[in-house]
Each structure stands twice: as C-alpha cells, then as structure tokens.
Design a protein. Structure first.
Ligand code: AN0
Ligand code: CP
Length: 315
C-alpha cells in the first residue's frame, strides 16, 4: 500500500482485517518493520482516538513518532494556489508538506472540510496536496469527505461480533446533533460496507441523502423504525446535508437512539465512532448497556492503524 486515503487504496480488505487481528493478538510482532523510521502525525482539527491510537500503532511497529497540532502551534497554512500571501497565512501548504516530508517516512494528516465549497471539500485539496508535495506515504486521519481508519476499525469490530453463518444486517442511521458535522464518517462507513458481505440499510430524514458515489447498492429509507427491524449492527452518526451543502435541516429528537429503538433490532449492537453527545445522539440507557460496543470499536482503532502502517512499511 502506498497511501491510505479510502477503501480504494486497499488491495484486499480481508487480508487487511486479518493483519489487524494478528497484530491485536501479537502487537510487537512486526516491530522490525519501522525501526529507524519516523511518522509525523499532523492535526488541523481536534482528536482523541486518532491521535493516541495512531501513535501507539506506529510505536508498536518500531517507528519514532512526532505529533504536531497546526491550530495554535504551526503557522497559519495557505492552501490556495497563486495567491498573494499578504493576509493572515504565513506558510503555504506546498512548503509545509514538503518540509514535513524531509523529516518523515510516513505522514498522517487530519483535515476536516472547510464547508466553504462542496467542490473544494470533495476534491480533498489538503490531503491531495500532502500526497503531491510530501514525497512519502500519506495516511488520512479523517479528511474532508472520508475517515478510512475509522471504517476499518468498524469492520474489524463487526468481524469480531457477527454471528456465525449469518450475513449481518447493518444499519447506518442519522441522529440529531446541534452542530454542523462532516459527512466523512458516514460516507466512509457506507463506502467500506459496500465492499464487504453485509446487508446495508441507510436511514435518515428527508434531505439528508449522502453522495450516491458512497451510498452504492445500500437500501435507503426515511423510516428509521422500519430500517432498524432485525438489525444486527446499528451504526449511528450525525451528518450535515450534502445537497444543499453543509446545512442542518433537522434536529428531530425522535431520531435519537433509545432502548425502544434498539428493541426493534435483532439484539443489535450499538456502534458510534465517538465522540458522542449523550442523550442527543443516543440515550444513556443504550450507551451504558451491554449492546453498546463503542469502547471495543475505539480500541480497534489501534489495530486498524497498525494494519495500515504495516502494509505501508512493507512496500
Ligand atoms: C467529527 C465528525 O463528525 O467528522 C469527528 C468524528 C470522528 N465529529 C465531531 O466533530 C463531533
Ligand atoms: N473517532 C475518532 O476519529 O475520534 P477522534 O476525533 O477523537 O480522533
């Protein structure tokens, strides 16, 4: 694997999941692969899980790690080409990415959408500029439109929990949130689920359709109760609208995941990437119950990052 920005960079998902599970059972087995190498982990936005799990994964593979928050610590980055830089930005992404590439063998970058233009966000300008100018492998730590390390951890979790001999029914459900959130986690989950052997249903209020390129062959319904019937996994996430771009059209509290909703499922597991707002997205009762697997899912972030970094280091 050269770069890791979406499921399209993965040659064989089963092999990647098997690598992750092998590393989970023997975390230091491939420590020799990264000895003498350095990973740079760059954040343009906040993070808990990605920041810690990626560092841990890189260290387990023998790499040295440098973490840098650009907000407040780095120079303000200019991302537009051909601009006169007489405003608030001190450094262009061309130099910044190239310089980081001088110190690193692998770079991880988190960069949320700006929501200024859908075209710009969906063109993944910042991620692609890092790939273009850094001159080393680049791993997305959540980009404007996708969060592949999260989706891989989600697949690992489903693999660990699915019932023997039954194709799992997986429901991706929208839930309300007071802030405008990216579509990245939902896009990415749908994109990966389209590539594995599950029945995928996506449910959201009217007006929240995701980009068709990520919905793929999923069944889509505006009836959440109908979607939840017999679900084995309930993957919950808020996102803002794709069309028109980046709006909050609904705060309908009836979409919150409660015990009554989980009772519609086939003893389904509640999944969420975290961070999650309690009693907005999901009730305490569900999040604190045995049906919630969010901690196992977050734990698997270490193994998704480990498997990806292993395959990059093996190149
Ligand atoms: C971010 C999002 O929705 O993309 C990060 C999730 C991993 N969530 C928030 O900003 C709350
Ligand atoms: N799920 C996830 O990516 O969490 P962080 O934003 O805390 O890294």
């Amino acid at each position: 694997m050269k770069h890791f920005t979406s499921v399209k960079d993965v040659e064989n998902i089963d092999k990647l999941v098997q690598d992750a599970l092998e590393l989970k059972s023997d975390p230091l087995k491939y420590q020799h692969l990264g000895t003498g190498k350095t990973m740079g982990i760059i954040f343009l936005n906040p993070s808990l899980r990605t920041r810690l799990s990626t560092q841990k994964a890189a260290r387990n593979l023998g790499m040295d790690v440098m973490v840098m928050n650009f907000t407040g610590e780095g120079w303000n980055l200019e991302t537009q080409d051909g601009v006169i830089m007489d405003g608030g930005s001190q450094e262009h992404i061309k130099e910044a990415a190239a310089v980081i590439g001088q110190y690193c063998d692998v770079i991880g970058i988190r960069s949320f959408p700006s929501f200024e233009s859908r075209e710009e966000d969906y063109n993944e300008k910042i991620l692609n500029d890092f790939i273009k100018y850094a001159g080393c492998p680049v791993v997305s730590l959540e980009s404007a439109t996708l969060h592949p390390l999260q989706s891989l951890a989600d697949i690992i979790t489903i693999e660990e929990l699915k019932k023997e001999g039954k194709k799992p029914k997986v429901v991706l459900s929208w839930a309300p949130h007071p802030r405008r959130l990216p579509q990245a986690v939902a896009n990415s989950f749908a994109q990966w689920m389209n590539e594995v052997d599950v029945d995928l249903v996506i449910t959201h209020p009217e007006g929240y359709d995701l980009s068709p390129e990520f919905v793929g062959h999923a069944e889509v319904t505006n009836n959440q109760d109908e979607a939840l019937k017999d679900a084995d996994f309930v993957y919950v996430k808020n996102w803002s609208t794709y069309e028109p771009y980046g709006e909050i059209k609904s705060q309908d509290a009836s979409w919150q995941i409660t015990k009554e909703k989980m009772d519609l499922t086939n003893d389904g597991k509640f999944m969420h990437c975290l961070p999650v707002r309690r009693n907005v997205i999901v009730s305490d009762e569900v999040l604190d119950s045995d049906s919630s697997v969010v901690i196992q899912e977050a734990g698997n972030r270490e193994w998704s990052a480990s498997a990806v970094l292993k395959q990059i280091l093996e190149q």
